[in-house]
Design a protein around this ligand. Sequence first.
Ligand code: DP6
Length: 359
Amino acid sequence: MERNSTKLVTKLISSYKSPSNIALVKYWGKKNKGIQLPANASISFTLSDLCATTIVEAMPCEEVLKEPSFMFQLNDLPKASFEPKIKAFLKRIWDNYSFLKSHRLLIRSSNNFPHGAGIASSAAGFSALALCMVDLQEQFSGTPLIDSKREASRISRLGSGSACRSMFSEPGVWGKTKDIEEACDEYAVPMTGMHESFKSWKDIVLIVDASEKSVSSTEGHQQLNNNIYAESRYLSAKKSLDLVLDALKKHNLPAFIHTVESEALQLHAMMMVSPMHYILMEPNTLAIIQKIWAFREETHLPLCFTLDAGANVHLLYDGREEDKIINFVENEVLPLCSQKQYFCSDLGGEPIKLNDIEK
Ligand code: DP6
């Protein structure tokens, strides 16, 4: 669709609030062909209470831009360390997002959890940014897309792979798998048929180390290229996905708990056996895992842990047992956390488009 003179002088604006997500089966390793395609299929829950809010203002300019022009602010301050990833993202969508050639962007993002708490924000951030980009292109062209969310999932992957799963209230599945016909490597799809009982599950993020990770996820993925265990890991991830999907449908708690914990440990095992051989867990990560195992052994309550690519522990549990679990966390686990910090979130929840008044 052509630009007209009215559009040229109009500032465009869009804003979305998107949840973060925690993977049950981990995306760890990228295909050698294509851009940001996963080596194995993964599945995650969104974390509805840990969100990024992003506002993009697109200011029209007279000249035709040769490359994306943007300024980025996190919590109202410039954040130079995020710029390379955002620039790479904008370059990847450049050809299909024509408004970028005639607009300079001001991207303002904020998280509802403290920056520097060791909680990864790139999934929530790129989910929200991608949704804004789709909306702005639709405003510019005057043509709504048939499936805007699918397109946002597709392009958010080009910013940060795990972001493409932060789109649905159902668990997000990303990557080709025989288990779900419509699943593919380009974008995530919602899982259907999850057992009702999982709707009451929640996550407590136990902050073991609030500092920036010494090895980024992007570097971690690259390490799989020369990891002699990579192919076995991808096979194992395939089995994990079968098991987790089946457990989610049938409410098979032993299978769910076993597979989710195994996935977390396999992720960290791959770091340890990679060419760089590094460890992101801290002594208190292991101490918390031991506490969770002992507590489960003693109480038989429905809970398990998972990890992302860092030292913090995610405690997943059935919210119907909340009182006992919070009691356990406060008495036994918090002394092992950095400054006794933790964050609770419901699971599920999808991005929300914000009206002008909410921005
Ligand atoms: C351990 O999505 O952060 O959280 O695609 O390079 O941006 P890039 O990596 P990223 O990797 C996330 C890895 C993980 C597992 C997961 O979320 O599936």
